[in-house]
Ligand binder design. Structure first.
Ligand code: ACO
Length: 428
């Protein structure tokens, strides 16, 4: 039997249908509330608003659970390859052997980026933030593939756009790394797989053969999987919102990159490293820094702490913390920033300010330390997040389109001036 909830507004009763998810999540369907009662619901920042139903990712923030299409993140991070996970997110199932080799083969064959793209790179000022560059490159790609303008093209066209985007993304990310160093761009090498190629294009040079370090490759694989999707976060919601206007996929993903860039979202991984470095350079003790955070000094937050959904622990942070120790040990890296991070975490976890507000380390707290150990400059960290998140964004966009969801268009409560007459400039 369909469940309903009753709501009484100004002595009048309204019935609201109850929706239940496959993991027992419950929601009130308020779609018709305004038509029936004249009321809208009010929830700044969508703190308690379900913007969609989705089959892709499940999070239980209280229990610290994260599943992609029903598979636990812990198991995927341990056993899967990033491209398997990308396929799983986008197409809804783990690929069998022939599907997987076809997928990898297509991603290899479409990895070249049009030579004219380099001209745009050349126009960028040296030192421009890589996320700004990535956003531009992504939206610019729509000009190279005019048949991708219409997202309602055939399934075949849509799949080709997805393959092109996934295939070219590592190349675009690596081109930015090369430009910032003033080194020549390296073309993808088809004897390498997806992650190997990204490492080669980023760290290799034309003067000598590039040796893949299995520790680095495996670390990258894990990190990309951990970042691959996270249901209706700020960037995924942006992607769904922009895509709901039937904007093409390239421009839509560019909007996701813009959202991710922000320091409260994916940009936090860069901020964490900068915060740890600041603590080290300034000579503050961790305790002094935590005091600044608790005193809410202007602009001071414990970056990499807190999450809108996780109120117990972020399962990705747990995996990353362990991986961080393993990887630094295997690479023989001793990083003083790791010690500061651990000290901050220990202090925060036993401090009532953080405990009462349920603030725990999130995915960004330790990831930057691994990226640093792998040799990435700090301003590339959020680009690495985007590289991992791309299949999640694509999956969210595809689902939104295939479910024929309407254009996203929230309402508001107007709090401005009453209607008034225009005043001529002479009389103001
Ligand atoms: N350091 C100190 N205080 C914090 C922090 C933090 N990192 N995060 C939240 N708080 C405090 C707030 O000041 C607020 O306190 P108050 O009740 O006294 O006013 C309370 O905790 C609630 O915080 P909100 O900002 O309302 O929580 P919200 O859910 O809106 O924000 C967010 C979540 C943006 C992640 C926040 O915790 C934050 O800014 N964290 C730091 C940035 C960060 O690490 N972002 C990455 C998130 S993961 C991701 O997007 C990939």
């Amino acid at each position: 039997m369909n469940k309903t909830a009753k709501i009484i507004i100004e002595d009048k009763e309204y019935q609201l249908p109850i929706i239940e998810g496959s993991q027992g999540e419950k929601a009130l369907d308020i779609k018709k509330l305004r038509d029936d009662s004249g009321y809208i619901t009010y929830d700044i920042g969508y703190k308690n608003t379900g913007s969609t139903s989705s089959n892709i990712t499940f999070i239980d923030g209280e229990e610290g659970i994260l599943h992609y299409r029903g598979y636990a993140i812990e198991e995927l991070a341990e056993k899967a390859e990033f491209l398997e996970v990308a396929y799983l997110l986008i197409y809804g199932k783990l690929p069998n052997q022939s599907e997987y080799s076809d997928w990898k083969n297509k991603l290899t064959r479409h990895s070249l980026v049009h030579e004219d793209v380099k001209k745009v790179f050349d126009a960028y000022p040296t030192g421009a933030h890589p996320m700004g560059q990535l956003m531009t490159m992504m939206s610019m790609m729509s000009s190279f593939y005019p048949n991708a303008q219409d997202p309602h093209n055939t399934q075949e066209d849509r799949d080709l756009t997805i393959v092109r985007m996934m295939a070219k993304m590592p190349n675009l990310c690596a081109m930015m790394a090369k430009k910032r160093n003033g080194h020549p761009v390296l073309y993808p090498n088809n004897s390498f797989d997806y992650i190997e190629n990204y490492l080669y294009m980023t760290f290799g040079n034309p003067c000598e053969p590039y040796q893949i370090d299995p520790v680095v490759k495996s670390a990258m694989n894990k990190l990309l999987i951990l970042h691959a999707d996270h249901e209706q976060n700020c960037s995924a919601s942006t992607v769904r919102m922009v895509g709901s206007a039937h904007t093409n996929l390239w421009a839509t993903i560019a909007s996701g990159i813009a959202a991710l860039w922000g320091p409260l979202h994916g940009g936090a991984n860069q901020e964490v490293l900068e915060m740890l470095q600041e603590i080290k350079d300034s000579g503050f003790t961790s305790k002094q820094y935590v005091e600044k955070v608790k005193n809410k000094e202007a602009g001071v937050r414990l970056m990499g702490f807190g999450h809108r959904v996780y109120k117990n622990f972020d399962p990705r942070a747990k995996i990353i913390k362990k991986a961080c120790d393993d990887i630094l040990n295997k690479l023989g890296v001793k990083d003083p920033l790791l010690e500061i991070a651990k000290e901050l975490e220990e202090m925060a976890l036993s401090d009532s300010y953080f405990v009462e507000r349920k603030l725990y380390p999130n995915v960004d707290f330790y990831s930057g330390i691994i990226y640093r150990a792998l040799g990435y400059p700090t301003d590339m960290f959020t680009v690495l997040f985007a590289l991992g998140r791309l299949p999640g964004w694509i999956a969210q966009w595809k689902e939104m389109l295939e479910d024929k969801q309407p254009i996203s268009r929230p309402r508001q409560i107007y709090t401005g001036e009453q209607p008034r007459a225009f005043v001529d400039i002479k009389n103001r």
